[in-house]
Design a protein around this ligand. Structure first.
Ligand code: PRP
Ligand code: URA
Length: 207
């Protein structure tokens, strides 16, 4: 059974306040997205397996551990790109594969427009998307990543709606969800309330 983990760290609350603020300009919004993604990334990687290795310090040899698993990052275009550098900072050896979706504003259904995957999938995949609203885009993304062949998948989102979490846990009960906040509800246009508005537009200054 997948876990739903809502981060309670005080720094998460601190940086979310700025991220949510409508007065926050794109440059600071990008920085806050990155800071929160670092905190999310730390939490989402606590159970990564380690391969033992021996290292020579200037004083003696010591048993250490290394992450040798093939790890894939899948940012969902566009807004997921804002989270990707932070995860690469934590896992520099990770592979980055891309999926593009936009949400049709009338039907609210996800529309896929880009997919770049390798023939052999990494064993572990972190899907990156700051907003989990209805859950349509995330559910489709996870289905595609499963079809690709990844056997361990986690979704990292900055803000989630209860409706999206309910949908994802019903369709993909095996997938872990890590999020900085579970908000109140979706409004009539399926925006997360209180949320932060349109994440992609705020990251890329296209409001
Ligand atoms: C946003 C967000 C998710 C999706 C969430 O992307 O980044 O991908 O909406 O909504 P859902 O859970 O109801 O599917 P958007 O469609 O605005 O595209 P963008 O990233 O290009 O701005
Ligand atoms: N996409 C966003 O960027 N924000 C929302 O609140 C919902 C979907």
């Amino acid at each position: 059974m997948g876990r739903v983990v809502e981060l309670k760290h005080p720094l998460v609350q601190h940086h979310l306040a700025t991220l949510r603020d409508k007065a926050t300009a794109p440059d600071l919004f990008r920085h806050q997205t990155r800071r929160l993604s670092l905190l999310l990334g730390c939490e989402a990687t606590t159970s990564l397996p380690l391969t033992p290795c021996k290292v020579e310090t200037p004083l003696e040899s010591v048993e250490c551990g290394q992450v040798t698993e093939r790890i894939g990052l899948v940012p969902i275009l566009r807004a997921g790109l804002g989270m990707c550098d932070a995860l690469l900072e934590l896992i520099p050896e990770a592979e980055v594969w891309h999926l593009g979706f936009y949400r049709d504003e009338h039907s609210l259904q996800p529309v896929e427009y880009y997919q770049k995957f390798s023939t052999s999938p990494p064993s572990m995949v972190f899907i990156l998307d700051p907003m989990l609203a209805t859950g349509g885009s995330a559910a489709e993304s996870i289905s595609i990543v499963k079809k690709w062949g990844a056997n361990q998948i986690a979704l990292l989102s900055l803000i989630s709606a209860p409706e999206g979490i309910e949908k994802l846990t019903a369709i993909h009960p095996d997938v872990d969800i890590f999020t900085c906040a579970i908000d109140s509800h979706l409004n009539e246009r399926a925006y997360i309330v209180p949320g932060l508005g349109d994440a992609g537009d705020r990251i890329f200054n296209t409001l």
